[in-house]
Design a protein around this ligand. Structure first.
Ligand SMILES: CC(C)(COP(=O)(O)OP(=O)(O)OC[C@H]1O[C@@H](n2cnc3c(N)ncnc32)[C@H](O)[C@@H]1OP(=O)(O)O)[C@@H](O)C(=O)NCCC(=O)NCCS
Length: 442
């Protein structure tokens, strides 16, 4: 397939580049680590390299060097569509070059070959209790597909290390192909009549999700899916799901094991689950007032929330120091397709006044909205109102990025990760100036 050829073409120069960097500068110190950083989630410690994406505090995410507005402009799209094909995005993430329309379609067509869900996956879901969280079902469904892992089979056959990336890419194509169908299967079983709808061969990967949940606003919701699945595909290597994926894959666990582990991290309330909290909060504001709230009323409400020690979901970010461009892209979508939606109008009103309120508290480093401040509003508008499903949509998109990280980690032969732990007593000794008794293996 074209992706294999492209990666094979550029891989020798990437391997040379990395080998030279390590050989000539192996002792160069990148950063120091403080006691606070060790105890505070290793924030800001520069211990990873990835060329797939980078979060700039003021520009937001760049995927393979391109900002969100650049991607929306440059990636190929279907005739009559405003938003790009996910196949083109996947091509870019994997090969570091912008695809032509034909190249994007080649990925889309390859995905179509593997989109069907194996029967045992459907049976497994049916055996679960009805109240199982959709993220649990999603992770289980990915795991259940692992039986077909090409990497695991070929590894057992003695595949040479230099070729690990090839079946990793095969697995990635075959797993990502199924993700919209897996998500739709879960959605229909949890919230609709339980039907498993075949993908529509005339639709692209993103648009097919709208089809498979039989969304009545099909054209607009297909467009939203294209936008949503692009925006959430990657956010550097240090967030919980990406970091988990990298670690698990470093043990040569295949893409299925890797992605399911990442989804388990994404399912946490401090990570992917945050988007459902945002919509809950928005509805709380909305329902608090008998008529549409004025700016003053929103300001008073927000101040009262903050004064009672609550966070305002959808605002702030660990890295960003500006409005998240993923928020802006969805905001523009809403202005075009749902300008009169009451919840969107509320998102807009809050956006006008909340940064000013948050700036009153100097310790809040970023008073601007992140992507979650609007995600749920758009889904809600198009009838996807089951909050606990939103993280599955996030996951469908995020596995695209995770896969690209894993393929390149195998291509560059990144070793198993094994950071060193210390005891509290050792740290106390070090800070008191006693001689270091720990030998760090290299
Ligand atoms: C995203 C988030 C977890 C980043 O946390 P962070 O990196 O620690 O952010 P900061 O350094 O700006 O935090 C400094 C302080 O401001 C507070 N703060 C940050 N954003 C806030 C918000 N939206 N509302 C109220 N307080 C906030 C933090 O809780 C922290 O308080 P503390 O010192 O008492 O613990 C944080 O902004 C937050 O909780 N936002 C709301 C939840 C959310 O939108 N999550 C989705 C993220 S994509």
């Amino acid at each position: 397939m074209i992706l294999h050829d492209r990666i094979a073409d550029i891989l020798p120069s990437w391997r040379d580049r990395v080998n030279r960097l390590v050989k000539e500068n192996g002792d160069f110190k990148v950063c120091d680590v403080t006691v606070s950083q060790i105890y505070q989630g290793i924030r800001g410690v520069q211990i990873q390299v990835t060329d797939i994406s980078y979060v700039d505090p003021y520009e937001g995410i760049r995927l393979r060097g391109y900002t969100i507005p650049e991607l929306l402009e440059k990636l190929p799209r279907l005739p009559g569509c405003q938003f790009p094909l996910a196949g083109g995005l996947y091509f870019l993430l994997m090969t570091d070059s912008l695809p032509t329309f034909e190249e994007a379609m080649e990925v889309e067509n390859e995905w179509k070959k593997y989109a069907a869900i194996p029967d045992h996956v459907i049976k497994m879901m049916h055996a679960m209790p009805r109240n199982t969280h959709p993220m649990t079902l999603f992770s289980q469904a990915i795991m259940a597909c692992q039986v077909d892992s090409v990497f695991t089979r070929r590894y057992m056959e003695g595949l040479p290390k230099s070729d690990y990336w090839i079946p990793t890419l095969d697995d990635s194509i075959q797993l990502t192909a199924k993700l919209p169908a897996l998500a739709a299967m879960i959605y229909n079983w949890k919230y609709r009549n339980g039907s498993v709808i075949e993908p529509n061969p005339n639709l692209d990967w993103s648009g097919n999700f709208a089809w498979m949940i039989e969304n009545p606003n099909s054209h607009e919701y297909e467009e939203l899916c294209r936008l949503f699945f692009l925006l959430h595909s990657d956010h550097e290597g240090g967030n919980v799901s990406a970091h988990t994926a990298h670690l698990v894959n470093s043990a040569l666990s295949d893409i299925y094991l890797t992605s399911a582990a990442a989804m388990n991290g994404l399912a946490g309330p401090l990570h992917g689950l945050a988007n459902q909290e945002c919509l809950r909060w928005l509805l709380k504001v909305y329902n608090n007032f008998e008529s549409f709230p004025s700016e003053e009323e929103v300001i008073d409400f927000a101040r009262a929330e903050l004064n009672s020690g609550r966070v305002i979901p959808g605002y702030g970010h660990a890295v960003l120091r500006t409005t998240d461009p993923r928020f802006t892209a969805q905001y523009e979508f809403a202005k075009k397709y749902l300008p009169d939606d009451e919840l969107f109008r509320l998102v807009s009103r809050i956006y006008d006044v909340l940064p000013g309120v948050l700036k009153e508290n100097a310790k809040i480093k970023n008073p601007y909205p992140n992507v979650d401040a609007i995600n749920g509003t758009l889904q809600y508008h198009y009838g996807v109102r089951e909050f606990d499903f939103y993280t599955v949509l996030f996951g469908v998109s995020r596995v695209l990025g995770i896969s690209a990280h894993a393929v390149w980690a195998r291509a560059l032969n990144k070793p198993i990760e094994r950071p060193k732990s210390l005891t509290t007593a050792m740290l106390e000794e070090r800070v008191s100036g006693k001689p270091d008794t720990i030998e760090v293996e290299m």
